[in-house]
Design a protein around this ligand. Structure first.
Ligand SMILES: Cc1cc2nc3c(=O)[nH]c(=O)nc-3n(C[C@H](O)[C@H](O)[C@H](O)COP(=O)(O)O)c2cc1C
Length: 194
């Protein structure tokens, strides 16, 4: 077993889309049409979820005022590049099994992660790039975006068209590279885990 990162190439045959999706930080000035953005949400809509509860929620910002609001709770290290992204999305889940009970849906995070994965792949198909961010103030995001109780904010996503690496601050230019992955033998287990 090797924990070495492999180059960004599949060891077993898969569709190119999985390799082509990556998370750059450089965004171009090109705006994203609402229709295009809604196609990306449409892909998320078709993710599987426990009991088809569809716990994912997305709050998006695409006008200047809303984008500025999002930037108030995203960490400085991320705002330095994501302020150029034409769309910012908060990935939220309804933690409750139903709107009128306090029972927790144990797979709200799992299902919402699947929806984000679908969203990211469809964005890639549409020629867009996405970059998820965990670096933001969760409490402030909940407050500012008026996220109701019983919901959790998992990540912010910057979405737009890929820009030139040179448009990034110098420190980020070196980081604008595609990453590799561990080999599958490091995370699959036949029969038992150990
Ligand atoms: C939940 C989540 C949180 C992340 N948080 C950040 C972040 O705060 N800042 C950042 O620059 N990248 C962030 N990333 C991007 C990851 O570093 C990136 O997805 C990972 O290195 C794999 O690279 P790739 O997406 O280009 O394949 C985050 C990704 C995910 C899924």
């Amino acid at each position: 077993m090797s924990k070495e990162f492999t180059e960004r190439k599949a060891d077993y045959p898969i569709d190119d889309i999985y390799i082509n999706r990556w998370s750059p930080r450089a965004f171009s000035d090109k705006k994203v049409e609402k229709e295009t953005l809604f196609s990306v949400f449409e892909a998320a809509r078709w993710a599987p979820s426990a009991a088809n509860k569809q716990p994912w929620r997305f709050v998006y910002a695409m006008n200047e005022e809303d984008r500025d609001t999002f930037l108030t709770f995203i960490n400085d290290g991320n705002t330095s590049w994501c302020k150029k992204a034409p769309v910012l999305i908060a990935i939220v889940a309804n933690k409750r099994w139903s709107e009128d009970s306090n029972d927790i849906n144990p797979t709200h995070a799992f299902d919402t992660g699947a929806a984000w994965g679908f969203l990211a792949l469809e964005a890639n198909r549409k020629g867009l790039v996405t970059h998820a961010m965990g670096g933001f103030n969760r409490e402030k995001a909940k407050e500012v975006l008026q996220i109701p109780d019983g919901h959790e904010v998992f990540a912010m996503v910057a979405l737009g068209y890929h820009g030139d690496t040179e448009s990034l601050p110098e420190s980020l230019q070196q980081r604008e590279k595609k990453s590799g992955r561990h080999t599958i033998d490091t995370f699959i287990h036949e029969g038992l885990y150990s």
